[in-house]
Design a protein. Sequence first.
Length: 317
Amino acid sequence: MNAKTKRTPVSVVTGAAGFLGSHLVDLLLARGHRVIGIDNFITGTVDNIAHLAGNTRFRFIQQDVTEFLFLNEPVDYVWHFASPASPADYLEFPIQTLKVGSLGTHKALGLAKHKRARFLLASTSEVYGDPLVHPQTEDYWGNVNPVGPRGCYDEAKRFAEALTMAYHREHRLQTRIVRIFNTYGPRMRLNDGRVVPAFISQALRGKPLTVFGDGSQTRSFCYVSDLIEGVYRLMLSNYPLPVNIGNPTELTVLEFARQIIRLTGSRSRIAFKPLPQDDPRQRRPDISRARKLLKWEPKVPLEVGLKKTIEYFRTRV
């Protein structure tokens, strides 16, 4: 909140009906903010914010963030989370993904500039592409295929980071960039296409768990409450350069599949399929910067988070 005023801080969250955006809205409301949520429901769902109906500190606007954002009230923080974020989504909506990363980021930055608000960009570990450095530090420039099927998402986020830094340098806008690594938890969509909902839904239905390649590729998984806490701390910090937020505990996809089968009590088997093009072989954050600057690190053990996520999916399969 601006130092001059003691009024309730106002946050704008784009992508407010998405998986991460809706959890961020909940945290902001819990910490005393008024929240204006914006979403066009291309991948978000009203179910994620239905529990906020009647909350006088939450206002929702159904709008595409690539269109001009007009708000006739003060704004203190802009949290730009709008974007398709799973391979299934951005392969289905490649142009919309590029537009929200470019035009949408431009409009959200313009709103922050006009309101003299602080801006946070939800970027992604995908800016590192299929990394040649492991684990990935924020100083690594990445190994991205701009013309491959994942390029629409990777390059949209890389452009969004460049645009955010341009506003920071030219307009002296207070900006923050979070590079989000694999995050999971309740409110993910069953047909999201990412490994956590895919494996859990397959296991709960007794279907084979689809493992691409030989399953030796690695991933690290951060529970959603840990991720959102890190994002919140970053916004309140004074650090303008990218910060990795994720869980550095790494395991192979095959190990993860076996853990899902065990936790669900499923009799599913594992089915191996060819590896998709440009699928990262390794994905693990170096979170030294977040530990030092934000005093942040993940707290929820994988098994605890997975049990909560599985219980959520049991009600939806």
